[in-house]
Design a protein around this ligand. Sequence first.
Ligand code: G3I
Length: 333
Amino acid sequence: AIPLKELFKDYFPIGAAVTPQQANLGTPHGQALREHFSSITAENVMKPDALQRVKGQYTWGNADQLVKFAKDNGMLVRGHCLTWHAQSPDWMFYDENGELLSKEVALAQLEEHITAVVSRYKGDVYAWDVVNEAMFDWDPEGVIEYREDSPWYQMIGETYIDSAFVYAHRADPDAKLFYNDYNSIFSWKRHKIYNMVKRLKDNGIPIHGIGLQGHWNVNTSESDIRTTLDLFRTLDVEIQITELDVPVYLSGDEPGAVEYNSTFSFRQKAAYSMIFQVLLDYSDLITNVTFWGIGDDHTWLDRPDRKAFPFLFDEDLKPKPVYFEVQKLVQNQ
Ligand code: G3I
């Protein structure tokens, strides 16, 4: 198999989300990372609750290790994530009585956190997911814009997004700053992201890109992806695919399996071929493609009764048939 980073070198860096245990050359994961990937993202250890679980006490060890691994092996680092309603410590949102903090206190704490984290990795983390998943996820009419159950929104209103970008830019003016979200390709959500990013740009807020998480599936619509990329292109921002994975099931209630089979392989080859053809077609716009994991042994999608098999590498980190399908596709460009 041709290393992925060789295969895609004329198009975009290719990344993986990793744990600190995986980012170690003494493991098969570390070896696969070094061979195939040119970018890494911390799956969890750069999130607010990992870096500052206790107010004022930063725990850098795991994140530092990932950054060192990337530097030692010539890889880029995407930072994930600075501002999110989930995986954030309670003190960022609530006082000792469980009441939401005032806008002033919340913003001061956010500024402190973002400044500390971005400054520490200045020059090492080249792109940050500054705000994660701020838009409302599911309303069939597509009218509720912001995720109103986010404590950030409740404390500050939508301008917490603006502030987060300003703080991050101050701490590292050279870092590329992204808004990152999922389900972004759907007609009922993409216009919300478009409008929000347009608002930021119109207000002179330093935002450089949109992260499409890419938690897609074997039914994902090609035209939904293309339409979204065409729309976002008009914002004059970069696009990164930040969390790509394609589980093998047609629907949420399809019975599970613990073995990969030829039906899964067939579906997954078709889906990944479609996806990578689109990404190659838009490679002038797309500046990073990152999988949300390395091989099928470790993925947030697995359940005890059902494995998802979402990647190009199997549980032993061997390239799957879908890997060779993607390789053929790139070679035929
Ligand atoms: O750290 C604790 C550990 O101490 C404890 O023993 C263990 C028992 O369950 O849980 C550990 O925390 C887990 C954490 O991952 C670290 O492994 C959490 O329960 C678990 O919920 C958490 O899941 C992560 C999830 O984000 C949380 O929202 C997934 O690993 C991670 O892949 C996932 O990533 C998110 C992106 O950040 C944003 N986009 C969606 C994506 C998938 O959900």
